[in-house]
Design a binder for this molecule. Structure first.
Ligand code: HEM
Length: 382
């Protein structure tokens, strides 16, 4: 049996999920408690969300033959590909994870610091001063430059443009609704598939170029992956590694403008608070491969169980990176990038908000972003 949840048809819940995501989650928790069931067009089965810390711990500790990751991301497959780390499960998922993780971890991270700093200052040089601008597009540009440099060893303006073209199509609310409800090769979804074809052309061209000796592509190539596997892992890292970090940075700047804080020394507490109160992703989902006990219910096989980041964070035990064998592979890298960018901003500017009222959380593709794009005014420090 499934826990109760909103009674509206799946199409209506899909629109709510897109248009009023945080209200939908808060209202459902207030009405139904720790665990409730949502139905949307994104997933092929009902999804049971939970914000209970102990239930969440159990979900992340469950072995992959009990709760399986991957299926809930199936709606992203036309973009990231069937061999993507986001989609795979079981042994193949673990094998790809072991390949991708090391360069984003521990000592290996250090070698990216200088590059992140250089790209950040290059980007901050382009900021308009003493005049309002939206920080989100600027942060998207910055994080795309960074991840592209890390993955390919060099940057390519054409690929950057192609990726943004695809992701921007999923950014508008009307497009998102149309794409979720009518998955056919027409309208915005047709344009999206065309944009993905262009990305493929450019990524395959990079795969076929000689090695630069200092990139994730080189590392994956040495592992003997096929061209199609390489394509899927690279596109996954490009997408997962830049939109999320850009949105977190935009929130950080939106908050910083309203709560001036010196971040030149230790930005970590500020970063933790931004990730807690303005989580970029709202859920991390797993599918039940056998009946599963949750919140006093025995869930049947074939439904989703999803620790809800947004609600769990509000209860005080934050889970910004998810957990278990699917925990974010870029967590340490993202933290490094957030730290370096915010330090550099704090060294060079004091920020002001364009209007006193904080920005609402609005869905852009899979992220929850500042509704007005993080409008700020940057005053250069003497
Ligand atoms: C502030 C920035 C970021 C946030 C908040 C974030 C958050 C998350 C979350 C919540 C998950 C799902 C975990 C789960 O299901 O338990 C995830 C997965 C993932 N993230 Fe991140 N992420 C960020 C940045 C990055 C970066 C920079 C990269 C790559 C360089 C990256 C690559 C991935 C990948 C590949 C997965 C899938 C892991 C798997 O299924 O095994 N993320 N991320």
């Amino acid at each position: 049996m499934l826990p109760p949840g909103p009674k509206a048809p799946a199409a209506v819940q899909t629109v709510e999920w897109i248009v009023r995501p945080t209200k939908l989650l808060r209202d459902a928790e207030a009405r139904y408690g720790d665990a409730f069931t949502l139905r949307t067009a994104y997933w092929d089965a009902p999804m049971v969300l939970t914000s209970d810390p102990d239930a969440i711990k159990r979900v992340y500790a469950a072995p992959p033959d009990v709760l399986q990751g991957g299926d809930a991301a199936a709606f992203m497959e036309p973009f990231v590909g069937a061999k993507s780390l986001l989609i795979l499960h079981g042994d193949e998922h673990l094998r790809q994870r072991r390949l991708v993780l090391p360069p984003f971890h521990g000592q290996a991270l250090k070698r990216w610091t200088e590059q992140i700093r250089a790209i950040t200052h290059e980007q901050l040089d382009t900021w308009p001063v003493n005049t309002p601008f939206k920080a989100l597009p600027k942060m998207q540009e910055l994080t795309l430059d960074v991840i592209e440099r890390v993955i390919f060893g060099t940057r390519d303006p054409e690929l950057k443009q192609a990726l943004r073209a695809a992701l921007d199509l999923t950014g508008s609310t009307t497009n998102l609704i149309a794409m979720s409800l009518i998955q056919r090769d027409i309208g915005p979804y047709g344009r999206f598939l065309k944009a993905v074809e262009r990305i493929d052309e450019l990524v395959y061209a990079r795969i076929d170029q000689p090695s630069t000796g200092d990139s994730i592509l080189d590392l994956l190539r040495d592992s003997g992956a096929t061209r199609a596997e390489l394509r899927d892992q690279l596109v996954t890292l490009l997408a997962a590694g830049h939109e999320t970090t850009a949105t977190a940075l935009a929130w950080a700047l939106e908050r910083l403008a309203r709560h001036p804080t010196d971040l030149t020394q230790d930005p970590d507490p500020f970063i933790d608070e931004v990730l807690r109160t303005r989580p970029v992703l709202s859920i991390t989902a797993r599918k039940t491969l056998q009946p599963y006990e949750l919140g006093g219910y025995t869930l049947p096989e074939g439904v989703y169980v999803a620790p809800c980041i947004y609600l769990a964070n509000r209860r005080g035990r934050p889970i910004p990176w998810g957990g278990g064998t699917r925990r974010c592979v870029g967590a340490a890298f993202a933290q490094l990038e957030l730290r370096e960018v915010l330090r550099a901003v704090s060294e060079r500017f004091s920020l002001r908000p364009v209007s006193a009222e904080g920005e609402r959380m609005r869905r852009r593709s899979i992220t929850l972003a500042p509704a007005r794009g993080a409008e700020i005014i940057a005053n250069p420090l003497a």
